[in-house]
Unconditional design. Structure first.
Length: 732
């Protein structure tokens, strides 16, 4: 069973086009207001079948089997593991679902998810959408949202096949070097979810390899040109920062051509050499930039062109946005705590590389601790059980050792051979202000491999020392993460299996458990999309408070929700569990010094909010009202005896504010009117879900204190929602 020469490149191109074509065709459909995501998928598959038929002489039986095996494997993995990433649940999945349902990002404007804040709606509206378009076509064609995550593995296999074929003629160790470059720990710890940093790193690798071919003066085939330009075009359209990375890669290639032409031109005058360099660089910029521009213009019409048409800049809201500025401020505060002796992006990146791993979900942030390269204790591996989103050492516990060994092997007299490549990598790294959180700079993985490129083939055996370290690092991170994702999926299946056909309320989404192949059939109703977490560590953060399984999974069913208005919510310590099961953010407090507080539950939340989910048991006739009773829990007052601070709590029903509750250290009652229309909307909902949210204002939250201690809490005593005019009181 023979695989023909160069055939892997055609297999790689097929896998790349499998991701690119549905996205591109759907973007054309959206621009012209024709077709559907399902039609985009099947028409793209028809074009791909034509591609295989046209190039049938390039494929052997082994090629076809390898291609089909890769396709099936990628889809089975995507289907089998549930996406539990917060970003995926918060805004990637809702955005894909809206597109599947007919939302047109180009003409329909703001992609409102009905959130109390518009941060995630902003991202879904103004961020690049290539992976969403692809996921929408796959979801529409096969009816399963989880399959949309298959783009991670498809791109990974495409790039591995391509690089192995494109480096033929070199020694085995040099070819394997590029395969190791594909095994980026970020890419291998994001393949189960709707996040794009791993895919961004994979596409960046193609762009960097393409630039390396120019820098090294190697001949480039048409197939290589086509594959690399498609990859760079996708790079522009999967994430806003990808626009910057793609532009830098193309700029360095054109700059290199300009300088090289100026040097090699034999014209005696400086002006002549300069003119020759400009002409050569201009021709190359047209050859590379024009096709990329045309693809990005169509595939990236939303958001790049739509932003400009609406008077914004193409990088909105990443630059000059209040919401994104708040995220940047939070990361800056965390950086100041984690790297107290590093005050700029360059030194922070260095400290991050040479320090012990610090997970991003740590409850209390502490300064990083330096380590020697051989020191990789279990605590450095543990954060990768959740995801590669760490604040320090985010490429694995052995990356520091990998980097040191690679640097030591680099002969000084060969440094000039990779000077341009290092220049490109450093530009990519330092344009990113948060490269210390290596999820945002996955191409850092390529840096130590760049040091190994000049090693002569006769000393290729030296490469296997850093290769072994890199593979051990990647395998360890990959196995820990994948094992946790599989356990998470199995836990959800075990909990939901007895509830076939029921509505299931998870942190950000409402699902229906269909019982077919142990699957979730996602109902596109996003009821709880705020700053919540989904995973084992979430329970430890205190941000989740419903009944959890042993694995920390947070799930409610329709019959868990309390009916309205039959049961007032009375909060006493001994019978708190029913209310915890249908609430978010309400956490039992430790014993306090005051006896008056001991029988109530103190609100300890991640973002100063608590939510309650209730089921409406009848259709509305009148307006409704909500009655609240509680007081502020002030730790400073407990210690010093001072008067409690008066605080404001915003009251929301179904994400619409209905009033402000002013309370202090004395128990007080607030009554707020709920318009009948809001309750009617809930009654028409699949779950007849009423969401009550209380938002504490005027004091810092745990997230604003970087998950450190908060002095204030809400001491709830009772809640009741009832039709206006019904004689009923809160029992305390």
């Amino acid at each position: 069973m023979k695989i023909r020469p160069q055939s892997l490149s055609y297999s790689a191109l097929f896998l790349l086009l499998y991701v690119f074509l549905p996205s591109f065709v759907l973007s054309i459909f959206l621009l012209l207001r024709i077709g559907s995501p399902e039609l985009a998928y099947w028409s793209s598959l028809f074009l791909l079948a034509g591609f295989v038929f046209y190039n049938r002489k390039k494929f052997g039986v082994g090629d076809i089997l390898l291609l089909l095996t890769s396709l099936v494997f990628c889809h089975v993995v995507a289907y089998s593991i549930f996406d539990s990433f917060y970003d995926g649940l918060a805004y990637h999945q809702p955005a894909v679902a809206r597109i599947v349902q007919g939302f047109n990002p180009i003409y329909d404007g703001y992609m409102d998810f009905g959130r109390p804040t518009d941060l995630w709606s902003n991202q879904a509206t103004y961020f690049p959408k290539a992976t969403w378009y692809f996921a929408a076509t796959v979801t529409a064609a096969w009816g399963d949202l989880q399959l949309g995550t298959v783009y991670h593995l498809l791109l990974l296999f495409a790039v591995m096949f391509f690089l192995w074929d494109a480096t033929k003629g070199e020694s085995f160790s040099k070819r394997f070097l590029w395969i190791v470059a594909c095994l980026n720990p970020i890419a291998l710890t994001q393949f189960t979810g709707y996040v794009v940093d791993g895919a961004l790193g994979t596409l960046c690798l193609v762009g960097i390899f393409y630039a390396y071919l120019f820098f090294d003066g190697r001949p480039i085939s048409r197939l290589t040109h086509f594959f690399c330009l498609i990859s760079i075009s996708l790079l522009f359209c999967v994430k806003t920062t990808g626009f910057a990375y793609g532009s830098i890669i193309l700029f360095c290639v054109v700059l290199h051509r300009f300088i090289r032409t100026c040097r090699e031109t034999r014209t005696p005058t400086f002006a002549g050499r300069l003119a020759a360099g400009i002409r050569s660089a201009f021709r190359l910029s047209l050859k590379l930039g024009l096709p990329v521009f045309l693809v990005v213009f169509i595939l990236g019409f939303a958001p790049y062109v739509t932003n400009l048409l609406n008077g914004r800049h193409i990088f909105y809201p990443l630059i000059q946005s209040e919401e994104m500025g708040a995220i940047g401020d939070t990361l800056e505060r965390r950086a100041q705590t984690i790297f107290p002796n590093a005050h700029n992006r360059y030194t922070r990146l260095l400290w991050s590389i040479i320090s012990h791993t610090q997970e991003s979900n740590a409850e209390i942030l502490t300064p990083v601790r330096l380590k020697n390269p051989f020191d990789a204790p279990f605590k450095d591996w543990e954060p990768f059980v959740v995801a590669a989103n760490t604040h320090a050492a985010g490429l694995g516990p052995l990356f520091f050792l990998f980097l040191v060994i690679s640097l030591l092997l680099l002969p000084i007299f060969y440094f000039r051979e990779i000077a341009w490549l290092l220049f490109l990598l450093l530009l990519l790294l330092f344009i990113q202000p948060y490269a210390w959180q290596m999820r945002y700079a996955p191409f850092l993985w390529i840096l130590p491999l760049a040091f190994l490129l000049p090693i002569p083939d006769q000393r290729g055996y030296l490469l296997w020392i850093p290769f072994s370290v890199a593979l051990l690092n990647t395998i360890g991170v990959f196995c820990l993460f994948t094992g946790n994702q599989w356990v998470m999926t199995q836990t959800i299946q075990q909990v939901c299996a007895p509830h076939v056909g029921e509505m299931v309320l998870l942190d950000q989404s409402v699902f229906e458990w269909d019982g077919i192949f142990d699957r979730f059939d996602l109902k596109q109703k996003y009821a709880n999309p705020e700053e919540t977490f989904f995973g084992r560590t979430a329970a430890e953060l205190g941000s989740l408070s419903k009944a959890r399984t042993a694995g920390g999974v947070n799930i409610s069913f329709a019959d868990d929700l309390l009916p309205v208005p039959e049961t007032p919510l009375i909060f006493a310590q001994e019978d708190a569990l029913p209310w915890l099961r249908m609430s978010e953010g309400l956490v039992p407090a430790e014993e306090t010094s005051s006896k008056d507080f001991s029988r109530f539950i103190v609100w300890r939340t991640y973002a100063n909010k608590v939510k309650f989910y209730m089921s409406l048991d009848r259709e509305s006739v009148n307006d409704w009202e909500v009655l609240l009773r509680g007081l502020v829990f002030d730790e400073e007052r407990e210690r010093t005896g001072k008067a409690a601070r008066k605080l404001s709590i915003e009251v929301f029903i179904n994400h619409r504010q209905i009033g402000i509750w002013e309370i202090d250290g004395e128990a007080s009652t607030g009554t707020f009117l709920i318009p009948r229309q809001l309750m009617e909307d809930s009654f028409r909902d699949e779950m007849r879900l009423v969401t009550l949210r209380l938002q504490l204002r005027g004091v810092s939250s745990l997230i604003e204190n970087d998950l450190e201690h908060s002095l204030y809490g809400l001491q709830m005593e009772g809640i009741q929602i009832r039709e206006k005019g019904v004689n009923s009181t809160i029992e305390i």
